[in-house]
Structure formats: C-alpha cells, structure tokens
Ligand binder design. Structure first.
Ligand code: C5P
Length: 234
C-alpha cells in the first residue's frame, strides 16, 4: 500500500492510502499544550490515545453516532474515512474546569444544571477562539452544520458520560470535531482521548488526562495507562 503524508499535526501524522476516501492516522508519543508553547513526549502515548479513541469511536458507532472510524490497524494507527473538516471545535462541559473557570469565574468542579456546549473557531494562529453562530456563519459554516455540531456534542455526551460513570470516571468535558464525506454526510471525526477530554476519578477526583501534563502534576504516562485500562478493561 502506498502511503503519503498528508498532514502532520501536534500529536498525529495523517497519511493518504491507495483508497482515495481512506486515511491512516498514526498517533505519536508527542504532546503539546497551550497552543504548542509547551511540548513533551512519553513512551506509550501514541498507543494509549489510538486505542482509547478507537474503542470510543467504535462504541459510539454501535450507539448510532456516525463517525469516520473504520478500524484500528495496529497499536498506534487508526484507519478512517477521508473527510472535509468543518473549522469548528465543539466543546461539551458537565463540570467546570479549564477555560470556563476563567471565562465566568466558576469554581473548578461546579456541576452544571445541564451540559454546556461551546463552539470554537479552529485556528491555531488565533488560539482557537470561543465564538458564536454569527461568527461561524461569517466564516462560511451553515446553520445546518452548526445545529449538527451542537446536537452531536450533546449526543456524544449522553452516550459517553454513562459509559465512563460505569468505569468509575467523571467525564468533566471534552472536545470533538466534525467532518463531511464526499456525499456531504456530516460525522464525528478526529479523536476522543485523554488529550481531548477531562477525566476525573469518580471516587477521588484525581485527574487522569492531559491536565497532568499541562499543569506539571506528574504521573502523566500512568494516568493515560489507567484510562486505557478503564476503557478497554485490560
Ligand atoms: O481549555 P478548555 O477548558 O476550553 O478545554 C475544554 C476541553 O476541550 C478539554 O477537555 C480540553 O482537553 C479540550 N480541548 C481540546 N483541544 C483544544 C481545546 C480544548 O481537546 N484545542
């Protein structure tokens, strides 16, 4: 199979394949935070993120969510459909943490009355700013796609929050992305992993996600490995 590098991201390389509508996502051991101002790397990160993301996408597919996922081909590589990505990051929050504590002065750990959905403009140069429908319309995103993004975020949350609860994890918040296939069918894309979610142990509130790296809390590799165990059961 001929593979050509299409794109190298902060934590992944994406390759084209012989099949025009199929991509390979190769997860790296590298990590970045604060819009790549902080960099790091640890052994096993690519494997934990690829495997957690593949397991969650597969679970979501089984629960009626359209996704780009095809299969995990080896420890660090996931085969997906090729999509045209919307320039939108969809964030869903169940408890206050991270940027919303600064935006609205909420105390970390405050549980929201209902999940909060935020839309950000995916643009590294601008630091992925929080925006609203008016901004995104001006940037060329249709109302239909924005509605899809918000509904998808809430649906993913309604499936994954109980999934994690059963595994002793509080799903604090997460970010997803959306793309469209050649036929214009919108679906869940990118990854769902400890890089893109906040996971707290439900008993102790211990952080088991990228905040350990962001905030130099130590035990980063161990936290990711623990999340792999909770998700896959092994
Ligand atoms: O930083 P903030 O609190 O807005 O992040 C909310 C959630 O979205 C966190 O789980 C974070 O890991 C994720 N996120 C992400 N990529 C971004 C911004 C946020 O995965 N560019």
């Amino acid at each position: 199979m001929t593979e050509n590098l299409l794109y190298e991201g902060k934590a992944k390389k994406v390759f084209t394949t012989d099949e025009p509508d199929v991509l390979l996502h190769a997860y790296k051991d590298d990590a970045t935070a604060f819009n790549a101002k902080k960099r790091g790397s640890w052994e096993g990160k690519g494997k934990t993120n690829a495997t957690i993301s593949a397991a969650l996408f597969s679970y979501l597919e089984q629960h009626g969510v359209p996704t780009h996922f095809i299969e995990q081909v080896d420890e660090t590589t996931v085969k997906t459909k090729r999509l045209e990505m919307l320039p939108v990051e969809v964030i869903v929050r169940n408890l206050a943490a991270g940027s919303i504590t600064r935006l609205l002065g909420f105390e970390e750990g405050r549980r929201f009355k209902a999940p909060i959905v935020e839309l950000c403009y995916k643009n590294d140069d601008l630091g992925d700013p929080l925006v609203n429908w008016h901004h995104l319309r001006e940037l060329g995103v249709s109302d239909e796609d924005l509605e899809f993004c918000e509904e998808l975020g809430l649906k993913v949350n309604s499936i994954l929050a109980p999934f994690f609860r059963e595994r002793g994890i509080t799903l604090v918040d997460f970010k997803i992305e959306v793309g469209k296939d050649r036929d214009g069918q919108a679906m869940l894309a990118d990854e769902i992993s400890p890089d893109t979610c906040r996971f707290w142990d439900a008993g102790t509130n211990e952080k088991l996600d990228k905040d350990r790296f962001r905030n130099d809390l130590g035990g980063v590799a161990e936290a990711y490995a623990e999340m792999l165990r909770r998700v896959t059961g092994c």
